[in-house]
Design a binder for this molecule. Structure first.
Ligand code: NDP
Length: 288
């Protein structure tokens, strides 16, 4: 039997409509959520991502500012800009697009962002809060995966979830969020032995590897939910996920398409984090 292909477009547009309603309600109280995106250099893919993020913000009724800085911008200038954005009351979310040029320390940049405006949830304070289960933003891609699982009605509690990849931006927080939802979680990475044996036990399999079509039917338990986070540009110019979609289709129970599911859901979570940051600010001002 063929897997159900998860309808990313439908999930994303319903979610964004809900966000827009909440943005409108907040605007009625005199607060317009604002996101500032900083991009340094000329990486074409990054410019596409930034454009998409700004467009999504505007469509949701939010205010967005994009700062395009030349490749040679000194780190001190980027830090100065972040300092100004931290102090700007009209900005509730700050995002610095990666990758940054080699002369700029990602770590120093991330740590300079006010944790309350860190809508990517990369600041160590927010990473720590996630770890101990404290309220606050969750990183956009893994948070989007959890929302997709909830929207399709998959029970996460008690299930065996296997995450392939252990990066700080996807794999590790993904494992943490699945754990928070009471899954039994296993994380695989480049040193994992007999990976197929492990992934074949997964009720929920999340691939975040960055290797086109690496995951095939031999990795998948019949009926499993397969979430493909990977976005890989092939030599043909086409995009491919980490999962060999056609090969897995007859084995999985559910599967996400690439592109068109986890990518736009990630941007949706960025909107959610910015909205929630603005809601927290409005609340703090109201109780003052
Ligand atoms: P990283 O390169 O930072 O991490 C890749 C992970 O995969 C590492 O933990 C690595 O293991 C593991 N890995 C590499 N090769 C293998 C292998 N042969 N077997 C098992 N594990 C392996 O990538 P990211 O986490 O940043 O991104 C992963 C993918 O997700 C990429 O395609 C990226 O483009 C995409 N992505 C998509 C987003 C979206 O919005 N949809 C957002 C962010 C990323 P080790 O740690 O041992 O090196």
């Amino acid at each position: 039997m063929s897997a159900q292909v998860i309808n990313g477009k439908e999930i994303v547009s319903a979610y964004r409509a809900e966000i827009k309603e909440q943005v409108d309600a907040l605007k009625d109280r005199g607060v317009q959520p604002g996101l500032a995106v900083v991009i340094v250099g000329d990486d074409p893919a990054s410019h596409v991502y930034v454009r998409n993020k700004a467009k999504a913000c505007e469509e949701a009724g939010m205010h967005s500012e994009v700062y395009k800085l030349p490749e040679a911008t000194p780190e001190a200038e980027v830090l100065e800009l972040i300092g100004k954005l931290n102090a700007d009351a009209s900005i509730h979310g700050i995002l610095v697009q990666s990758p940054l040029p080699k002369h700029i320390s990602e770590e120093r940049i991330v740590e300079s962002i006010d944790p309350l405006k860190d809508v990517d949830c990369f600041h160590p304070v927010n990473v720590g809060n996630l770890m101990i289960g404290k309220e606050g933003p969750a990183p956009c891609t893994p948070a989007g995966v959890i929302e997709i699982l909830k929207k399709i009605g998959v029970e996460i509690a008690g299930k065996h979830a296997v995450v392939i990849g252990r990066s700080n931006i996807v794999g590790k927080p993904m494992a943490m969020l699945l754990l928070r939802e009471h899954a039994t979680v296993t994380v695989c990475h480049s040193r994992t032995q007999n990976m197929e044996e492990i992934t074949r036990q997964a009720d929920i399999l999340v691939a975040a590897v960055g290797r086109p079509k690496m995951i095939n039917r031999s990795h998948v338990k019949p009926g499993a939910v397969v979430i493909d986070v990977g976005i890989n540009r092939l030599e043909t110019g086409k995009l491919a996920g980490d999962v060999d979609f056609d090969d897995v289709l007859d084995t999985a129970g559910w599967i996400t398409p690439v592109p068109g599911c986890v990518g736009p859901m990630t941007i949706t979570m960025l909107l959610r984090n910015t909205l929630e940051s603005a809601q927290r600010t409005a609340h703090t001002e109201a109780v003052r």
